[in-house]
Every structure is written in structure tokens, then in C-alpha cells.
Design a protein around this ligand. Structure first.
Ligand SMILES: Nc1ncnc2c1ncn2[C@@H]1O[C@H](COP(=O)(O)OP(=O)(O)OP(=O)(O)O)[C@@H](O)[C@H]1O
Ligand SMILES: [Mg+2]
Length: 256
């Protein structure tokens, strides 16, 4: 951890999905302003970890602790977790028919602003900011007036997640495969936005399978989730080892 202060402190977290125990004992820390990359084979539980921390009702926390910014995260409902400054993006962002994108994001932003003691933004002020952020992310302005993700392409959905991130400016953002489906400009937009928010103090947990993005983000820590636990912790060398040899490699042999 680069910073002395632990923003997120997870200990012995156990999560069941359906009848399966997916996370057996997950422990790690994220320091304020740090960037942590989370790697792991398909089905190892990366999205499960993100959704459990966000408070998704299908992901049952059956043991352990998660402390976020000095508060017991697991005791809060999902809305309170978001208000406290946690943002978790979806690997597959869902459609919300009938709910206009700009109203959805403004409602979320004003809830977060209220928690910070800031005045709510009216529709006019919000639209100004949203248009500016959309332009930076290459998301057509018309997407703001459509229902959330309704008819959006895969890459447009990912850019819409980035728009929410840009406007909400959370304390900690967990980005779940934000780069999958994005074109080269979209991937560049991810790196630029992460750099900008990181400079302003946002910490990140980035889930990605792509070494190019991982290297561009200059992580402080790289974690590998395996068999329901954080099996390895390292730096970019760990990500490069995985890219070269795959998840099936034996860490013991690599170290030798
Ligand atoms: N409702 C469910 N019932 C049983 N098992 C489930 C359920 N939902 C998810 N799982 C299982 O939980 C495991 C972890 O899934 P998760 O989506 O967290 O993996 P992941 O590490 O994000 O993988 P990927 O890299 O493919 O995104 C998978 O084996 C998945 O099949
Ligand atoms: Mg996943």
C-alpha cells in the first residue's frame, strides 16, 4: 500500500452465490488513492467480489468483514454504500427501460452530493456537466436522453459506465472489465479518466484480463484471486507473469 491509510479493509470475506461458496476467505487492503489490479481466471469470483461489496442481493456475504472509509460496509444497504463513495461498474451493464439516462445519473449524483454536504444540481447545471463529460468520453449526447443502456452497443454501455464514474467522482471505484468491448479510443479514454480521477484522490480496483491496459494504469498493487482467496499479491511483474504463462502456472515454480 502506497498510502498509510486503508480506505478499504477486507478480511476473511466469504460469499455464496446460489448454493455455491465462491469466495472462501478474501483479505486485502486498498489505500486511499491507490490503484489495485485484480486478476483471476474466468469464474474465479472477481465480479462476485465487486457485486458483494456493492451490496447486490444475489451475493450473500456469509462471513468476514469489510470496512470502508472507517465504516462497516456490510452493515449498509447498497444505496448507503454508494453515498459513502463506493462505485462499482457492471461487467455487463443492464438496461433499465423507462428510466432516462440523464435522470438516472442526476439522481445518483445528487444523492452522493447530499452525503458530501453539497447542494443538489438542477437539470440545467447537471446537463452542462454531463454534456462535457460525454464529449470527453466520446459518448453521443443523444445517449443522455435515452433510457439507461436501452439499445446501447456493448462499447456504448461501457462508456456510459465511465460517464457515471466521471460525474460521481467516488472515493473508490471498482471497474469490472471496463475495457472489454471498448475500441482503442475507448480504452484510451479509460486510462485518461482513471489518471484524472486518481490525481484528484480516487482509489481504484481494476479488474482486467489485458496486460496492455494494466501496464498503462501503473498499478500500486496486483492481486490474483484463486480458489476463493487472494492467492498472490505483487506488482506489475505478477501481471506480466500471468500474461506470459497463464493462470495455470505454478507460483512456486515461477519464484524458483
Ligand atoms: N446463481 C449462481 N449459482 C451458482 N453459481 C453461480 C451463480 N452466479 C455465479 N455463479 C458462479 O460463480 C463463479 C464466479 O463468477 P464470477 O462472475 O464472479 O467470476 P469472474 O471471476 O468475474 O469471471 P470472468 O472473468 O469470466 O468475468 C462462477 O463459477 C459462476 O458460474
Ligand atoms: Mg467477471
Amino acid at each position: 500500500m502506497k498510502s498509510d491509510r486503508s480506505l478499504l479493509h477486507v478480511r476473511d470475506l466469504r460469499v455464496d452465490v446460489g448454493t455455491r461458496n465462491v469466495l472462501k476467505s478474501v483479505s486485502f487492503d486498498v489505500g486511499a488513492g491507490d490503484l489495485v489490479v485484480l486478476m483471476g481466471a474466468n469464474g474465479s469470483g472477481k465480479s462476485t467480489l465487486g457485486l458483494a461489496l456493492a451490496g447486490h442481493p444475489r451475493y450473500h456475504v456469509v462471513g468476514g468483514q469489510a470496512n470502508f472509509d472507517g465504516q462497516d460496509l456490510l452493515a449498509m444497504n447498497p444505496e448507503a454504500r454508494a453515498r459513502t463513495g463506493l462505485f462499482v461498474s457492471f461487467q455487463a451493464p443492464p438496461e433499465i427501460p423507462g428510466v432516462k439516462n440523464n435522470l438516472f445519473i442526476r439522481t445518483a449524483l445528487n444523492a452522493v452530493r447530499d452525503a458530501r454536504g453539497d447542494a443538489p444540481l438542477d437539470a440545467f447545471d447537471f446537463l452542462g456537466r454531463a454534456r462535457e463529460a460525454s464529449a470527453e468520453l466520446g459518448l453521443p449526447e443523444a445517449m443522455l436522453g435515452r433510457p439507461v443502456n436501452d439499445g446501447f452497443s456493448g462499447g456504448e454501455r461501457k462508456r456510459n459506465e465511465l460517464l457515471q464514474l466521471a460525474l460521481l467522482q467516488p472515493k473508490l471505484a471498482l471497474l469490472d472489465e471496463i475495457d472489454s468491448g471498448l475500441d482503442v479510443d475507448g480504452t484510451r479514454a479509460v486510462v485518461q479518466l482513471v489518471r484524472k480521477l486518481r490525481a484528484a484522490g480516487t482509489a481504484f480496483i481494476v479488474v482486467s484480463h489485458y496486460l496492455h491496459l494494466i501496464e498503462s494504469l501503473e498499478p500500486d498493487v496486483v492481486l490474483r484471486l484463486h480458489e476463493g482467496c487472494i492467492a498472490e499479491q505483487g506488482d506489475l511483474t505478477l501481471a506480466r507473469d500471468v500474461a506470459r504463462s497463464g493462470f495455470a502456472r505454478s507460483p512456486e515454480k515461477q519464484a524458483a
